[in-house]
Design a protein around this ligand. Structure first.
Ligand SMILES: Cc1ncc(COP(=O)(O)O)c(C=O)c1O
Length: 401
């Protein structure tokens, strides 16, 4: 029997009654863009995150682009991010007119490396440093980036901090003796509600979270035609809004998010224990953070052999991501070369995402690990690492748009 990478049908069963009820109210109000459902979702997601404001937008890419624009990023500016992420992180920077600058990741966590960021910033002559306006760390796979240290560096170098929390709904970070949500420590946090996310809509959706009221106002203007009222436009903004139907689904799923994330954490713990005798290194979860396990990722030099064995047994898996962004044709104009970011390139060559969703059962976890083990306990298996030849079948288990 097939093992699914994500199981949205099982999620839908848990929320169907609540969604049916909310859909009635959408249809009776005939308010399909914005309106009561969207306002309620913005308020409820802000309460969940414990931030002052959430502004719903059309998708996660827009959340990043609009957040950067609202912070004043534009042509001539540079924005620092990582190459090991989905294209949208860098594309949103490009869309503002700014230039992405990459720094490498920490090989143990896959997240932005603090020493790499510091050495990049310190290596720049003062005149060039002035062009750098913001840092965009990604909470990759749902594991929070070292956001407290990043905030200190942002303050030291007078940079804005934009959290790409598109994979990290409900992930937590220790600050002092408190646990706070990913996406709430920087100037803004940006979320995607693409269907496969931990909090996913039935279509596209996104949101920006912030504690800065003035910034929230600019984000809201930019995302809705620069509107002060229906026909009073302060600026020429964008049309990037959330539909009521998506908001209704998101409200129903938000009620379940902590419980579903907890189930993901239990599944991750089971995977870790069962995989521990094998040479399949799961991404490290540092003690001061709680991943929301958007993905459960292992690393192995025999990644391609494991992937083939899983696919043969109808166990869906994915590679996030087979080509780091500095080697993507779309960003070739930035002038980076293979070898520039060795940790990102090594992760791209070895990373494999196993099935992970809140409805995965014990038998499915066991079958998956047994299949991984069947490869890793065979002698003389050819090495993996055919990054740039990764087969299109990989994309079928997508967590991204
Ligand atoms: C890390 C990251 N950033 C940005 C995005 C963009 O979000 P969206 O697809 O909603 O535009 C995604 C979505 O897949 C993502 O995974």
């Amino acid at each position: 029997m097939k093992i699914k990478f994500v199981d949205l049908a099982a999620q839908n069963l848990e929320i169907s009654e609540r969604v049916a009820f909310e859909m009635e109210s959408v249809h009776s109000a005939t308010s399909y863009v914005g309106g009561h459902q969207v306002e309620s979702f913005e308020r409820e997601f802000a309460e969940f995150l414990n931030v002052k404001r959430v502004i719903a937008v059309a998708n996660g890419t827009d959340a990043l682009r609009i957040a950067l624009l609202a912070l004043g990023v534009g042509p001539g500016d540079e924005v620092v991010t990582v190459p090991m992420t989905f294209i949208a992180t860098a594309a949103s920077i490009v869309q503002t007119g700014a230039r992405p600058k990459f720094v490498d990741i920490d090989p143990a966590t896959g997240n932005m490396s603090i020493p790499a960021l510091r050495s990049f910033l310190e290596s720049l002559p003062r005149t060039e440093r002035r062009a750098v306006r913001a840092i965009v760390p990604v909470h990759l796979y749902g594991l929070p980036a070292p956001i407290v240290e990043l905030k200190e560096i942002a303050a030291e170098f007078n940079l804005k901090l934009v959290e790409d929390a598109c994979q990290a709904h409900g992930a937590r970070i220790r600050t002092g003796n408190q646990m706070v949500m990913a996406g709430t420590v920087g100037d803004v946090g940006c979320f995607s509600f693409y269907p496969g996310k931990n909090l996913g809509a039935w279509g596209d959706g996104g949101a920006v979270a912030t504690n800065d009221e003035e910034l929230a106002q600019r984000i809201s203007l930019l995302s809705n035609h620069g509107r002060l009222s229906h026909y009073a436009h302060e600026i020429c903004g964008y049309n990037s809004r959330l539909d009521s139907i998506q908001a209704a689904v998101l409200r129903a799923k938000l009620e379940k998010l902590d419980e579903w994330n907890e189930r993901r954490r239990v599944i991750a713990a089971a995977y870790r224990e069962l995989l521990s005798p094998l040479d399949a290194q799961p991404i490290l979860e540092p003690a001061d953070v709680q991943s929301c396990y958007h993905l459960f990722v292992i690393r192995s030099a025999r990644r391609d052999a494991i992937r083939n064995a899983l696919l043969q047994k109808e166990i869906e898996c994915g590679i996030h991501y087979p080509v780091p962004l500095h080697l993507q044709p779309a960003l070739a104009y930035l002038g980076y070369r293979a070898g520039d970011f060795p940790a990102s390139e090594a992760l791209a060559d070895t990373t494999l995402s196993l099935p992970m969703h809140p409805h995965l059962d014990g038998q499915e976890i066991l079958r998956t690990v047994q299949t991984v083990a069947s490869v890793l306990t065979q002698a003389n298996e050819p090495l993996a690492a055919q990054r740039r030849n990764a087969s299109p079948a990989v994309g079928s288990a997508s967590s991204d748009a």
